[in-house]
Each structure stands twice: as C-alpha cells, then as structure tokens.
Ligand binder design. Structure first.
Ligand SMILES: [Zn+2]
Length: 134
C-alpha cells in the first residue's frame, strides 16, 4: 500500500504530555489517531479505518508509542523537580523529623531533600538523617 496521506505526530494543546498522530487525508480532512483509535466516521462504525491501518503499516503508531513514552518520563521527572513539589517534600521532611523528635538545622533540609529525591529508600534515608542530626 502506498503511503498517500500525510501523518504528523503532535502534542495535545491542552495536555502537552499527550501525543497523537494528525492525518491530513487526501480528501482534505484532518483526523486524529491515538494508539487505539481514529476519530473518523469509519472507525466509529468498524473499529478500524484506512487511516488507522496505514498508521500501523507505516510504523507511525510504533513511533507514536516511543515518543509518548519519552515525553511521559520527561514530564514525570520535571514534575518531580518542580519548585512546588520540592517545597512539599521539604515540609514532609520537617514534619517527619519533628515527629521522630530529631533535632535539625534548616540548612540540613536542603541536603535531605536532595538525598530523598535520589534515594527513595526509607531505611537509607533515616540513616542519613541520623548521621547529620545532633
Ligand atoms: Zn480513520
């Protein structure tokens, strides 16, 4: 089957971490393909259509899945280091130290937050806390 339609992978305007394939059909219409759908009429009747089939055949769906995974992991790691999330982690650390009645100085919280971000293992985190307290 010849590749007759133009396919472009795009980001959703409202949800930039969601990708889809935009198809410019030879008939002049534009359709949106995701990993398991196309928004054309044919697909809604038959659960398949030539756009979707072509996206499978020309590996556009494979490419979409690869890029989607990449974007998803990037967005997770960027939210992990966003100022709000960092501030929340610091507050959680302070609450935790207070609960355990472990004395600390505030400059310690920055260090602990970085360690907590890298190693989420509670045991190693606690031994790190004990090393720096008192
Ligand atoms: Zn379609």
């Amino acid at each position: 089957m010849a590749f007759t339609e133009k396919m472009i992978i795009k980001r959703d305007q409202n949800y930039p971490s969601i990708l889809f394939i935009e198809v410019h059909s030879s008939s002049g219409n534009t359709y949106r393909i995701t990993k398991n759908s196309c928004n054309c009429k044919g697909f809604s009747f038959r659960r398949n259509c030539r756009h979707f089939q072509e996206a499978i055949n020309n590996k556009a769906l494979d490419r979409l899945a690869e890029l989607q995974e990449k974007v998803r992991s990037e967005s997770i790691s960027s939210s992990f280091t966003s100022p709000l999330i960092v501030a929340c982690r610091k507050r959680a650390i302070i609450a935790y130290l207070n609960k355990l009645r472990i004395p600390f100085q505030y400059n310690l919280i920055d260090k602990l937050e970085k360690v907590l971000t890298q190693t989420m293992n509670p045991t190693s985190f606690l031994s790190y806390v004990k090393k720096f307290s008192n």
